[in-house]
Write a protein that binds this ligand. Structure first.
Ligand SMILES: [Zn+2]
Length: 167
């Protein structure tokens, strides 16, 4: 992650060195950390010319993702989903124009594919054979798809609900 300068808690604003913690130690699990970038350095490296020759997926920005330069990527077109005009909704909201991101075009038809793909790549980098998540919906199908694309086994934990029990 050549452009990462550190991590900042979205709750209390505390800052930490990159890769030092997963959540803010002061705030616990609610202390999600924003990744801070050196945007001047990003602008020097990721120019329009540099990006123009890259594939149309989230991997075109791979230097900004927490993956190694030589990381093996899933052979799936994740991201770069189209923006669609929504004129009726724009009129209803009283705005001149409105565009909706159609993330249904991702491999598992979910926005979750972006994070699942990075998670699966990280698992391969860490030489893991199995990845897991807890989900009742599209995060599960997304992670399973990315795991399959990279030859990993996926284990999905689904909470039991009283209404789903059969008697
Ligand atoms: Zn915090």
């Amino acid at each position: 992650m050549p452009f990462v300068t550190g991590l900042e808690c979205v709750v209390c604003g505390a800052t930490y060195p990159a890769r030092s913690v997963m959540t803010c130690p002061r705030c616990g699990v609610t202390g999600i950390l924003d990744v801070k970038y050196d945007y001047r350095a990003v602008a020097r490296r990721l120019t329009r010319r540099t990006l123009a020759g890259r594939e149309l997926s989230q991997w075109r920005y791979r230097e900004l993702l927490p993956i190694g330069a030589q990381a093996r990527l899933p052979n799936l077109a994740v991201g770069w989903s189209p923006l669609r005009p929504a004129p009726a909704l724009a009129r209803h909201l009283g705005v001149r124009a409105l565009l909706l991101k159609d993330d249904g075009r991702n491999p598992s038809a979910s926005l979750k594919d972006r994070a699942s793909a990075v998670g699966a790549v990280k698992a391969v980098e860490a030489r893991r054979k199995v990845i897991a998540c807890a989900s009742t919906g599209n995060a599960a199908s997304s992670l399973a798809g990315m795991a399959a694309a990279l030859g990993l086994k996926a284990i999905i934990f689904v909470p039991e609900r009283p209404s789903s029990r059969s008697f």
